[in-house]
Design a protein. Structure first.
Length: 22
């Protein structure tokens, strides 16, 4: 269960980084 939350957070951070880079 925690892994799912961690993956979700990691995905959001990655997406946020990409958006910031653009």
């Amino acid at each position: 269960m925690r892994l799912d939350k961690y993956l979700k957070v990691s995905r959001i951070i990655k997406r946020r980084t990409v958006a910031k880079e653009v």
